[in-house]
Design a protein around this ligand. Structure first.
Ligand SMILES: [Zn+2]
Length: 326
């Protein structure tokens, strides 16, 4: 055997195996996505997302208290309004009495050390279910969409969000939100996490179940990236970094590890997030239930691959499990 052929000495012991990683998973790498609805006492099971619920503001203490004790450091809030009056502009998005703003304030009060990010989009709040404002012919009207989204983001920051994360994919919204934050005095107080490379994926199904957010007509493919669009993803990452994003995100994660690796190379000085989306989570559960693999082993393999690709932050519904496992 030639010397150059020998590798196994480096990974025959569990400890030397662990040293093969450039970076190790930690609890602080996990951000937990949670669904906040407008019934303050809600605790409603979401059948397609094992273990996840829609929560009302009054239930946040009993839901998150034990997780914070186990080391939960960050959450990202998704508003799921079921009773509000939706309109063309998505007016309820930043209603001061709406679920997201109430939840931000409640969480700041309950858990002073918890980092609170907010998804920013209009699709939950528009009557047509699209992420922006529309022209008469049903296409996206970019300029007012961006303006409205920036307004919502600033209002979340004013309510106390540590981070705003626009998921709408409208051109120019990162620059507009950053400008809005600066002008409102939050330029140095609120992180801007850009869903930069968000692909039009089949893996969002359970999320749409949870959030009730399928568009009433058409689809979101004209503003989400085509799964083949590696070049577009790279351009979006470059653009968002240049427009003032503090964190870059790739979504979904597992089918797009090459894009995560690209982002790590294109924006090496930014934290890099990836979103292990609802369909990825449901798929790992379904495979485990079918006896294809062990749930915990597969959950680790999935997120370790994301860290290997370059992610420094993972949005995952497995967060409560990892707080136990790590
Ligand atoms: Zn949206």
């Amino acid at each position: 055997m030639d010397i150059s052929s020998i590798l196994q000495g480096g990974y025959q012991h569990p400890l030397s195996r662990s040293w093969q990683a450039r970076r190790h998973l930690t609890k602080s790498m996990f951000m937990y996505p949670i669904f906040i609805t407008d019934d303050p006492n809600a605790s409603v099971i979401i059948p397609s997302l094992p273990g996840q619920r829609r929560w009302g503001v009054n239930k946040l203490e009993e839901f998150l208290g034990p997780l914070v004790k186990k080391g939960l450091e960050s959450v990202i809030l998704f508003g799921v309004p079921l009773n509000c009056q939706k309109d063309m502009q998505g007016t309820p998005a930043d209603d001061p009495t709406g679920p997201v703003i109430l939840a931000i304030k409640k969480l700041r009060e309950l858990f002073p050390t918890l980092y609170i990010a907010c998804d920013v989009c209009l699709c939950e709040y528009t009557d047509h279910g699209h992420c922006g404002l529309l022209h008469g012919d049903g296409t996206i009207d970019t300029a007012p969409s961006v303006q409205r989204i920036a307004e919502v983001a600033v209002n979340y920051a004013k309510a106390g969000a540590h981070c705003v994360a626009p998921s709408d994919m409208m051109d120019g919204r990162i620059k507009a939100i950053k400008r809005g934050l600066i002008d409102a005095g939050y330029g140095n107080k609120c992180t801007l996490m850009a869903y930069s490379a968000k692909f039009a994926s089949s893996l969002y199904g359970p999320f749409r179940d949870a959030a009730g957010s399928a568009p009433s007509f058409g689809n979101r493919k004209c503003y989400q990236l085509p799964p083949t669009g590696r070049g577009l993803a790279r351009r979006a990452i470059q653009r968002d970094a240049a427009e003032g994003a503090d964190i870059i995100m790739v979504k979904p994660a597992l089918p797009y590890l090459d894009i995560i690796a690209d982002a790590a190379q294109i924006a090496p000085d930014h934290p890099l997030a990836c979103y292990q989306v609802s369909g990825e989570f449901a798929m790992i559960h379904a495979g485990a239930a079918a006896g294809v693999y062990d749930l915990k082993t597969m959950a680790f393999e999935s997120v370790e691959s994301m860290v290997r690709a370059g992610a420094t932050l993972i949005l995952s519904y497995f967060t409560p499990e990892f707080l136990e496992w790590l």
